[in-house]
Design a protein around this ligand. Structure first.
Ligand SMILES: [Zn+2]
Length: 481
């Protein structure tokens, strides 16, 4: 049986339209998913949309729509955005899907059986934007730190989840499995906070009705975060998908750390389910130095970026520019993107493919036993970097190999020597490069594979390129002014 690899993204809240901030995480997930498929694993990649909660109900009302009509429309836009970026997910889950509602209800019943659900009254300071309560400590002056808006004081009858009971369990988990929260800086923050105090979690609402009905009492709906987290499990409950649980990695923005690092493992433990291996907290992007707000987000839609620069340039830049593994924030700057497109994709990769294919068309190829452009050590480096989520470093390795190929052609001057064996070595190296680049820039890899006639698989990485008549490659990357 093949090793399984289950990767999830955060499901996006449908209150805003998809922008590069949402896309960054999906591009990373897609590259990881494609890589694990390439190395022969049985991969399950789930993304989707988070569609319940007061904020969504309010947004729908504002434009005179029913919530369901509103979420259908926005969810479609997310799907279209991911299609334009070649995000090849296996399931797009929506929290309004019937199988999800059913799973949430069953999940809650399991938690109740464990004695972890009780009824009480909740009083607190609530931010509608975050769909979360804050304490005075988290929110100085009773202002939401994220939305810069005053919090509302709310009091309601509510069911609670006994989160406090899991304090020791969580601290043991972080100690025994440091890989459960990555990167480690975030882990230390969580540990300190969990050590201090862990309050029970209010998990139902009665003040509005756009949510999953709470199975233990009418007129209560399930708190949107409690419902949303369960999506990762729902996706594995379809026939044939059970084998993917638990997830290998949940990708999430670091504003969602607390929910994934604290609530989620406690909830799973209560329901008697296995825990995911890693929750990975990445940084945020700004756009041309500006915070991505709702209005800016609309102006820089995924479609706009893809139309302007092409899917692979957007993907390449996102993966190469930001050190994902560090969890740092970054700036999606169009001038930096243009720079990398021109000096790396066009000048290095594009130029190599164009020169070699043109010369091979003119002089032909001849097999040789010598191989001065051996990919093996590059493959190992790439593989190690990807194990550590260092996608930028993996790309750097591949481009170092491309540099080597460009130096080789410059030194050997096959346009003077007409040496068919040198052209063969270079063509074979281009095959290897394209296979390794496939997870990052799949469209380009596929174009190259048609010119040099090979299949994109790890098996082909070990096999010498078959000789065929080569035709000059179309231009892969236009230079952008
Ligand atoms: Zn807020």
């Amino acid at each position: 049986m093949k090793k399984t690899f289950y990767v999830t993204t955060a499901i996006d809240y449908v209150n805003a339209e998809p922008h590069i901030g949402h896309a960054y995480q999906k591009i990373v997930a897609d590259a990881l998913s494609r890589w694990h498929k390439l190395i022969g694993e049985d991969v399950f990649f789930v993304t989707g949309t988070d569609e319940h909660g007061k904020k969504v109900a309010d947004s729908a009302e504002k434009i005179g729509k029913k919530p369901k009509e509103f979420v259908d429309n926005v969810s479609k836009k997310f799907k279209e955005a991911w299609k334009s970026l070649n995000i090849d997910y296996d399931r797009f889950i929506r929290t309004t899907d019937e199988d999800h509602k059913k799973t949430v209800i069953e999940f809650i019943k399991k938690c109740e059986k464990s004695g972890d659900i009780y009824k009480g009254t909740y009083e607190g300071y609530y931010c509608v934007g975050c769909e979360a309560y804050y304490t005075e400590k988290d929110a100085p002056n009773l202002q939401c730190q994220i939305h810069n808006k005053p919090l509302e004081k709310l009091k309601e009858e509510s069911y609670f989840f006994k989160l406090s009971k899991y304090q020791k369990f969580l601290l043991d988990l972080y100690k025994k499995h440091p890989e459960f929260i990555l990167p480690k800086e975030i882990r230390n923050e969580v540990i300190n906070r969990v050590k201090k105090e862990l309050k029970d979690l209010s998990i139902t609402r009665t003040s509005f009705d756009w949510g999953i009905p709470f199975p233990l009492e009418k007129n209560h709906i399930v708190y949107v975060w409690f419902d949303a987290l369960i999506n990762y499990y729902t996706a594995t409950r379809q026939k044939g998908k059970e084998k993917y649980w638990p997830a290998n990695i949940h990708l999430l923005g670091k504003d969602n750390t607390w929910f994934h690092a604290v609530y989620w493992p406690a909830m799973l433990k209560s329901a008697g389910l296995e825990l995911p291996i890693t929750t990975f907290n990445h940084g945020f992007l700004t756009f041309n130095g500006k915070k991505i707000s709702k209005s800016l987000g609309n102006a820089i839609s995924i479609q706009t970026l893809v139309n302007k620069y092409g899917a692979d340039t957007v993907r390449y830049f996102s993966l190469r520019q930001f050190p994902f593994a560090n969890g740092d924030d970054g700036d999606f700057s169009e001038s930096a993107l243009i720079n990398r497109n021109n000096s790396e994709l066009a000048d290095k990769l594009g130029n190599l493919v164009s020169r070699v294919s043109a010369l091979a068309e003119r002089y032909g190829l001849e097999k040789t036993k010598t191989n001065n452009l051996e990919i093996n050590s590059t493959y190992k480096e790439v593989s190690n970097h990807l194990k550590n989520y260092e996608l930028d470093k993996a790309l750097n390795e591949i481009f170092a190999f491309i540099d080597k190929c460009n130096e080789y052609i410059q030194n050997k001057k096959p346009w003077e020597t007409k040496d068919k064996t040198v052209l063969y070595e270079l063509s074979n190296a281009i095959k290897d490069i394209s296979i390794l680049l496939f997870p990052f820039i799949p469209e380009t890899s596929e174009k190259i594979s048609k010119v040099f006639n090979f299949k994109i698989s790890l098996y082909e990485l070990e096999k010498p390129l078959k000789i065929i008549k080569i035709k000059k490659s179309p231009i892969l990357f236009q230079k952008i002014k």
